[in-house]
Design a protein around this ligand. Structure first.
Ligand SMILES: N[C@@H](CCC(=O)N[C@@H](CS)C(=O)NCC(=O)O)C(=O)O
Length: 337
């Protein structure tokens, strides 16, 4: 079984994990399975595999499919980085480093993940912390800048945090400094006294390493379609109408209502593409939505799903007997064949 990486494109913890996995020579598809997730709709497999349900999570056995009771799972990005670099580290980010260097790397990551992240969140997402949060936004920016000045001093002699070669610490911190800059790029670039740090970040932003892990196959355009969910293809207009009315969705299939048919047509994950081709293939791009449905929420709402043969082929399809509640749809996205 290949290891399974649960990841989210923009998450700085997931970026640092992908950087180390890629640096160690691993490739999605051949060496590991990448499962892009939406944090608002985490797949049940991630919830089962990881007690924290955060990304990144690297499932090393049991494949996160619920077939093994206790899969080995790395739930912290630093652990993923070390796991990757322990096996292969051509760039010397971790292997061959002295104990003192490793202690310094851990201290820097702790400073980043602790105080720097604390101030970064309160600067970048001040609105999430209420009225006081908005008032304190600049205080948090200044507190984060004080840490950045400390790192700037470390960078001055050799260009990297631990001398003249990049180490795990550089790659672990850079995605977070990138986020800090993204919150106010002009303010960051105008900041005086941070030349070494600005150069260090600029090098990262234009690096092939970052470009590689921000694009396929290290990220996916759509989230991983969990086999634990059920799926329904909807005309965008029909889905939008139900949402605007805040009402249950009552369309059975293209051009036919639940009242006419008696149930809503659903698909298992491996049936979606063929269903889309058969019934929606003639429609222009962007007009069909894929609804991802959590069967547990249907059950909670007292709704029953029966697996019944389709006329002609006999292939079993899930049929929902009743209207589809909006809250059972954990994620929706434009269907792209
Ligand atoms: N300590 C963890 C933190 C990972 C983390 O917090 N990731 C965020 C996304 S950037 C997450 O998954 N949050 C869970 C959620 O939003 O529900 C690590 O180093 O990997």
């Amino acid at each position: 079984m290949r290891p399974v990486l649960y990841s989210f494109r923009r998450c700085p913890y997931a970026i640092r994990a992908r950087l180390a996995l890629a640096a160690s020579g691993l490739q999605p598809e051949t060496d590991l399975e990448l499962r892009e997730v939406v944090l608002k709709a985490k797949p049940p497999e991630l919830l089962t595999a990881s007690p924290h349900a955060t990304v990144p999570a690297l499932v090393l056995s049991g494949a996160g499919d619920g077939t093994k009771a206790h899969p080995t799972v790395l739930t912290a990005s630093l652990a993923v980085m070390q796991w990757a670099l322990e096996s292969r580290d051509p760039g010397g980010w971790w292997q061959g480093r002295s104990t003192a260097d490793r202690t310094a790397m851990h201290a820097l990551v702790a400073q980043n993940d602790g105080p720097f992240k604390h101030h970064l969140d309160r600067f970048k997402y001040a609105g999430r912390f209420g009225e006081q949060g908005v008032r304190d936004q600049q205080l948090h920016r200044q507190a984060a800048l004080a840490i950045l000045r400390d790192w700037n001093q470390r960078l001055e002699p050799g260009g990297w945090l631990l001398g003249d070669q990049p180490s795990l610490a550089d790659w672990a911190l850079l995605p977070f400094v990138r986020q800090f800059r993204l919150a106010d790029p002009l303010g960051f670039d105008d900041e005086t006294g941070l030349i070494a740090l600005q150069t260090w970040l600029q090098h990262f932003l234009t690096s092939p390493e970052l470009a590689a892990v921000m694009a396929p196959p290290w990220t996916a355009r759509s989230p991983w379609p969990s086999p634990s969910w059920l799926y329904h293809l909807a005309l965008s207009g029909d889905w939008q109408a139900a949402r605007s009315a805040d009402a249950d969705y009552c369309i059975s299939t293209r051009g036919r209502t639940l009242a006419e048919v008696g149930f809503i047509h659903l698909s298992q994950v491996d049936q979606v593409a063929a269903t889309a081709g058969r019934f929606y293939g003639d429609l222009p791009a962007g007009t069909v939505k894929l609804l991802c449905i959590d069967p547990a929420r249907l059950q909670k709402a007292g709704l029953s799903v029966r697996h019944e043969p389709a006329p002609g082929t006999g292939e079993l399809f899930p049929h929902l007997y009743g209207p589809l509640p909006l809250e059972a749809v954990v994620h929706s996205e434009v269907w792209t064949p």
